[in-house]
Design a binder for this molecule. Sequence first.
Ligand SMILES: [Mg+2]
Length: 199
Amino acid sequence: MNIILSPAHFTTGEDMKIGLDFDGVITDAGDLKSYGAKLLYGIDIPPERFKKRLIVGTEMTAEQYDRLSKTIYYDREVGMRMRPVDGMLEYLPKLLEEGYDVRIVTSRDGAAADIARAWLREQGLGVELIGNGKGSKAIPCTGRDIFVDDDLPKLEELIGTVPNLYLFSWGYNTQEETHSGISRIESWKQIYRRIKEAT
Ligand SMILES: [Mg+2]
């Protein structure tokens, strides 16, 4: 019997399906918000504290926060100033080259998702991005083996759908208590290592 194994089997034999959030996993979400707050209101809020529930009612009104969100997510010039998370530009291309199936699932939609796609292209990253909007990510994450997000409630909605759930740690989510089924992850190096360990 003559069995021919395609060489591709060896180079792209990684069957693990990876899901990633965009803001706070691919790009530095706190940094973009901090930049926007300075631009719009002239106020300095450190990126590591920049989360809606930590800011509204203290440094900003709800209306100001809404205007900030619209600007950073929907204004192309501001939006394109996003910075990559440390290590992302090293490890994400590695995963793509190694043949992993990677999909970004974000709460962005419409023009905000288009800006994210344009930014990814600018970084030379050929990766699919689903603009899911604000609801649960369960449907676009069905079949993913792992999902990484910086927002705990988003991960909680994936319990029972995605077996390996990771909260990407930032100053603004340190007070969140992770529980069974969700672990913290500190860096892109760690994301890459976990994936390699599992495959
Ligand atoms: Mg996020």
